[in-house]
Design a protein around this ligand. Structure first.
Ligand code: E4P
Length: 217
């Protein structure tokens, strides 16, 4: 499973990238707001730090506006992936941008039928939002399973990018179902390493090592 990091915070991306955990980055207008940075400047910096795709989202809602914003964003770097909303105009832009050789990420997916449309429009990635569905007391993970089955039924190559991840169990469950990618907030990505038995075992080893009076040098 590939890990994308869901943030526009360059310090967080650098830290995780140095551990080899970053296969790509996803941003959105809310994450740009949170970063306090200029979209062009911060996206360029992120693109220079990671080798994988960096999703940058258009904010226009009509086809022509999306295409014109996509042209600006695509100039930032070769690893830009154009993020488009799951609307009819977004699908039309997806089709045109994919045909022109750009990577595309169709975002704000909340149903299997929407995911089917994105695959037909040639999306590189479809982003189903697990956490926001869970927030409505509906199991978001079921959507990942439905999309996996539909894409496998017909051999669609659009990658399932599990998004709106809120917990370590979301990552595990999406991996078990076979999502191709999970885009994960930095704190959740770091939390994947945690296990109380690892901490307890390390504590015991260090205490015993002290008692040997030895040093590795
Ligand atoms: C990723 O592409 C999405 O923008 C992101 O995962 C949304 O997450 P949220 O629902 O926690 O805002």
């Amino acid at each position: 499973m590939k890990f994308f990091v869901d943030t526009a915070d360059v310090d967080e991306i650098r830290e995780l990238n140095d551990m080899g955990l970053v296969d790509g980055v996803t941003t959105n207008p809310s994450l740009i707001l949170k970063s306090g940075r200029d979209i062009m400047e911060v996206t360029k910096e992120i693109c220079s730090m990671v080798d994988g795709p960096v999703s940058a989202e258009v904010t226009a809602t009509d086809y022509e506006g999306m295409m014109s914003e996509a042209a600006v964003l695509a100039k930032i770097a070769d690893n830009i992936c154009i993020k488009l909303p799951l609307t009819l105009d977004g699908l039309k832009a997806c089709k045109a941008l994919t045909a022109a050789g750009h990577k595309t990420n169709v975002t704000l997916c909340f149903s299997a039928n929407q995911a089917l449309l994105a695959a037909k429009a040639g999306a590189t990635y479809i982003s189903p939002f697990i956490g926001r569905i869970d927030d409505m007391a509906i199991d978001g993970m079921e959507l990942i399973a439905e999309i996996r089955q539909i894409y496998d039924n017909y051999g669609y190559t659009t990658e399932i990018l599990a998004a709106s991840i809120r917990s370590v169990n979301h990552v595990k469950d999406a991996a078990l179902i076979g999502a191709d990618v999970a885009t994960v907030p930095p704190s959740t990505l770091k939390a994947l390493v945690k296990h109380p038995l690892t901490d307890k075992g390390l504590e015991t080893f260090l205490a015993d090592w002290q008692k040997t009076g030895q040093k590795i040098s």
